[in-house]
Design a protein. Sequence first.
Length: 586
Amino acid sequence: MSVLSSLARAYDRLPDAPPSGFSSEKVGFCISLNEDGSVAHVTDLRDTSGKKPVPRQMLVPHPVKRTAGISPNTFWDKTSYVLGVTAGEGKRTQAEHAAFVEHHQALLSGTEDTGLKALLQFLGDWTPDRFSQLEWPEEMKDQNVIFALEDERLIHVYLHDRAAAQALWAAAGAAGDRSGQICLVSGRHGPVARLHPSIKGVWGAQSSGAALVSFNLDAFTSYGHEQGDNAPVSEDAAFRYTTALNRFLEKGSGHRLQIGDASTVFWADASGLGGAAHQVEEMAEQLFAGYFDTDPAAEEENAVKEIGILLERIRKGDHLQDLGVQLDGEIRFFVLGLAPNAARLSVRFYFENSFGELTRHYQCFISDMRIDPPPRDGYPPLWRYLRETAVLGKGENVPPNLAGEWMRSILSGGRYPLSLLSAVLTRLRADGEINALRAGILKANLVRNFNWEAPVALDTQNPDPAYVLGRLFAVLEKIQLLALGKVNATIRDRYFGAASATPRTVFPLLLKLNLHHRSKAEKNENTRKLERFFSGQIAEIMNLLPTEFPKSLSLSDQGKFSIGYYHQFNYRKSEDTSSDAGEASQ
């Protein structure tokens, strides 16, 4: 199933799907009219429960597709169109308002509906200077505005809700129908959408919306077909897929995550399960959100607690069929990653498979990333791992395309991008910080891409030269800290990058420095026992190395070096060891 067809099917499962020709838009104010077209008053519809008033999402006639021209909406619009006023310079405000008036005068001519006649009278009498004369609030400017008759506003019925208005809106849409074609999405014959509705809510894209499907240059023209005729999608299918996608992209929808630069939406389809479908779909979507984002809080309601328990069992490797829930059967799951590309959207990744298969791939990812000692905060969300590849640890600095490529490989169970290994090693050389997150990323790459049987915890018998060299470097640093205490820069700060890339050049120097550090630690009674313990560790590690240090290490070997360092430096003796060894591990 294609992206568009799966989204069009998802429209049917929206709990409050808008009717055809309508969409949910942000509305700030309502102008209440008397039957004679005079203004009763202005109502602020914004949600004021937060720190800043937020426009309310309301169903209104679908907005027009605006590019560079002037095109008014029907029965609503922003104040530059409706009232001829704006907070900015407003070079086109007069023309926009004139277009709004002309459009409605043509649409409503001959109407006998009381509300529509009131709107016509209002538009005929209105002049932009009345905005300040009526002392309407300045924050109203550039907000979307709707209309209502005063007696109907009190029962939350607006002008576009009236039967006459909806009949006119439907008739206007039918009048614009062109000769139909076979729709590529639904397979049914119908009028083709020349321009598809805009997609809003993608991080980094234009706030007015961007196009997922568009043909607006001569280079895109095929066999003389222009715009939507290049890939015929019916008006109905275009409305369905864009409505579903816009709903999923809404903040707080429960269907979106931010993975690097990719705004990621996801949804389940369990229609084959009949009456239990909605509950199963919701559970699958909540589990997926827990896979890659923040876990649900354990102290919340029972349903959320159940999701947390299921997540824990899945991460431990339990099969879905053993969890006592219908999640491994006829459940299709869809994941779509979108990134901005000028006025269009790029598809970073698209996944469609059973939820059971997706979960098995996720469990492989968890296994690949497992490292000891583990991250302090349990299972980090994917965005937390991605920040370890970015300069200064900022999300906006994550390398372009990396997030999408990594997410695609996790969902599909394929190889991880090699750029991920390179990005982590670059950060290690830059800041010298080797934490559990970075070690886990390196281990996962080596396991999946290079078939290396990477140890989860310290493996003292592992003979791999790069891994052993990393262990040796960690012990040399511990002896330095033992001898000198806190220093401005350890050998890790000065030599880690060079030691992991060209060990033959650096390790002879480090071993000479170590003689000095050991001598100093030996003279101090408080550090003498620990110095002997570490010296014994060096002897054991050196026995695993070849007679000559390697001249250089490849990127994969540099990853092994870093893992060996992490394991050795963070190793903690078990409780049944001697006190001397236990102290030495601190």
